[in-house]
Ligand binder design. Structure first.
Ligand SMILES: C[S@@+](CC[C@H](N)C(=O)[O-])C[C@H]1O[C@@H](n2cnc3c(N)ncnc32)[C@H](O)[C@@H]1O
Length: 209
């Protein structure tokens, strides 16, 4: 059966996806070192992966203070301490100045924002001119095909158990048209760049004037 991992008695552990996503961020955003933001970071999987691969200061932003605490704990390693900071807050109202960050990323979070266009406007506001944002969800171009397939098999199995409405609620925001629609409402439609990494990402760059 597709997606089944043959020979495994126990469900096989899926490999970490943050490094492949970080590789895509580097490739598609080409950020300059400086201040980088992971919005809706949770415990900072993507932000920490980016911090480990750079010399930048990484700000984790999330309304969940407990998740941010876990991110700070995980950042207590040589090379990261002092370069990872947290801000408790939401994408729709980011407590950072205009034109202040060299990269903004957000993985798996916009689907939960109360007001996605307002969050996207905020991302645009805090970007420095010429800096890029990659906002959406996915596993990274180099994530193994078997693991991607297996993730979705498990997810849909769980959603099937929850019912049609749960499946629809999960699927709907994860369509590219949903993301692009919100970008248009935010006034960013003409600034969207392509290609983006496969799966569901908005890529845009702050205009230089
Ligand atoms: C599915 S988790 C993704 C976490 C992490 N980015 C990852 O890739 O594993 C969604 C995260 O979005 C956060 N979130 C929910 N509403 C938000 C908002 N309005 N602004 C920013 N983050 C939000 C949640 O607290 C949660 O940590």
């Amino acid at each position: 059966m597709p997606g089944r991992v043959e020979g495994a008695d126990e469900p096989r552990e899926l490999p970490d996806w943050f490094v492949p996503v970080a590789e895509d961020v580097e490739e598609y955003c080409r950020p300059r070192p400086g201040v980088w933001v992971d919005l809706g970071s949770g415990s900072g999987g993507l932000g920490l992966a980016l911090a480990r691969r750079s010399t930048s200061t990484v700000l984790l932003v999330d309304p969940n203070a407990r998740a941010l605490g876990s991110g700070l704990e995980a950042a207590k390693t040589p090379g990261l301490a002092g370069r990872v900071m947290v801000i408790a807050g939401v994408a729709e109202s980011i407590t950072l100045p205009d034109d202040s960050v060299d990269l903004a990323v957000s993985r798996g979070s916009i689907f939960f924002w109360q007001d996605p266009p307002q969050g996207l406007r905020e991302v645009y506001r805090i970007l420095r001119p010429g800096a890029r944002a990659m906002i959406g969800g996915g596993f990274g171009t180099r994530y193994p095909e078997w693991a991607y397939t297996e993730f979705f098999r498990r997810r849909y199995e769980a959603l099937e158990a929850e019912g049609e409405e749960a499946k629809r609620r999960w699927d709907e925001p994860r369509r590219m048209e949903w993301l692009v629609g919100h970008a248009r409402v935010a006034g960013l439609g003409d600034l969207l760049l392509s290609p983006t990494p496969p799966t569901r990402w908005l890529l845009f760059e702050k205009e230089t004037t």
